[in-house]
Design a protein around this ligand. Structure first.
Ligand SMILES: Nc1ncnc2c1ncn2[C@@H]1O[C@H](COP(=O)(O)OP(=O)(O)OP(=O)(O)O)[C@@H](O)[C@H]1O
Length: 373
């Protein structure tokens, strides 16, 4: 797939900016805080309707404006599509595909696919389980857009169940016990859907990440990636997972009523990363942790390509310069010209000259993008 053009209106620090992509690789060069990451963020929103930086819509809209917009033209094997996202300060978003406003945001997903790699991704190793869940969920949304809906349903039930538990702290009248039983069934049904999909995704991702990791580290390190669901998934049959879910809820009932919050479910899952049998967080140097993140990102690219049948975009936000030459080359070899790649950097010095020759280079300055003289 190929992103041909993108247009930003009142988005972040851009007033009105169109970019035409003319090569498989585009390098965006500029000083800090000029708008490079903002452009990649716009592409990420088109692919996932989510932002790496977890921003609220009102932060995405240009200061003092009410509405912001991202539009783009994407070329795929089966034709050309126009995408558009309109952001409003009051938080109501609308999305359109080929100029037709879509009722369900879900139908917007899957037209453009992208993998983002930024320094924030080091949190995949160093951060808490929430970061890893968020990462896996974003990947799943691209692998099967229906997952966006499944996750939203789960989160909605979870919020309502939490509110119910809070309202009824410590009490358990007969009516309330009945209502709780209903919430439990809903939580188990929606939660099992989330957990089974996460499990499947990790199963497919883990061997690819392990192979990349071994290749980048020169076979000295073995990466293991394991899904550690909060509700055990001994069997992958929906019914059995739901039963296990309900059984665990029963064992935690007293604790949940005491704490007024849901203690069971995929919002407490973990994705375990170990290197040579040591938790990745406590293993080795920053460089080694970077190797791990790089392997995860390359695995994401490959898995999306496999599932979707076309190569996703790769968004490299200021990370190339942070990789040593060996890792840079591994990455560049893996990309070649197969993946359209947008790269941000503050200086071109660290790029291979061959690379520079075959890339489109654009300058970014105070919310304006232009070809350097
Ligand atoms: N909603 C907004 N309205 C106006 N300006 C914004 C908005 N959100 C962010 N900015 C501005 O965008 C700039 C940040 O741009 P960006 O994050 O793309 O930096 P960058 O060029 O990638 O640089 P760095 O190398 O520091 O990441 C800052 O000047 C910030 O004030």
């Amino acid at each position: 797939m190929y992103l041909k053009t993108i247009q930003l209106r009142q988005f972040r620090n851009y007033q009105e900016q169109r970019v035409d992509f003319s090569a498989p690789k585009t390098i965006l060069v500029g000083n800090n805080a000029q708008g490079k990451s903002n452009l990649l963020e716009a592409v990420e929103l088109l692919a996932t309707l989510r932002s790496h930086r977890n921003s609220r819509d009102r932060d995405l809209i240009k200061e003092s404006e009410l509405v912001g917009q991202i539009t783009a033209t994407v070329e795929r094997q089966n034709g050309v599509s126009d995408l558009s996202i309109t952001l409003r300060r009051n938080g109501r978003r609308s999305v359109a595909l080929n100029s037709e406003t879509l009722r369900r945001q879900l139908d917007f997903l899957g037209v453009l696919n992208a993998v983002e790699f930024s320094s924030l991704d080091l949190d995949l190793v160093r951060g808490g389980p929430e970061q890893r869940r968020h990462w896996l969920d974003t990947l799943l949304i691209q692998l099967e857009p229906i997952y966006a809906y499944i996750l939203q349903q789960y989160n909605q039930v979870l919020r309502q169940r939490n509110a119910f538990l809070k309202r009824n702290l410590e009490s358990a009248s007969k009516n309330e016990a009945q209502e709780l039983a209903l919430w439990n069934v809903q939580l188990a049904t929606t939660g099992s859907r989330v957990a089974r999909r996460r499990s499947r995704a990790v199963e497919r991702l883990a061997p690819i990440a392990q192979a990349w990791h071994s290749s980048i580290s020169g076979s000295t390190e073995i990466l293991e990636m394991k899904y550690a669901p909060n509700v055990p998934l001994e069997q992958n049959e929906p019914e059995q997972v739901q039963q296990a879910f309900l059984a665990k809820l029963e064992t935690r009932e007293v604790a949940e009523q005491h704490q007024g919050t849901t203690l069971v479910g995929p919002h407490r899952d973990e994705i375990e990363l170990t290197i040579n049998q040591t938790p990745a967080r406590s293993y080795g140097s920053q460089g080694q942790q970077r190797t791990l993140v790089l392997a995860l990102k390359l695995a994401e690219l490959k898995l999306i390509e496999e599932v979707v049948g076309e190569a996703p975009l790769l968004l490299l936000d200021d990370v190339l310069a942070e990789l040593d030459l060996n890792r840079q080359n591994q990455l560049l070899d893996a990309i070649q010209d197969r993946f359209q790649t947008l790269i941000t950097t503050t200086h071109l010095g660290s790029f291979d000259s061959q690379w520079l020759k075959s890339s489109q280079i654009l300058s970014v300055q105070a919310g304006r993008i232009f070809s350097p003289e």
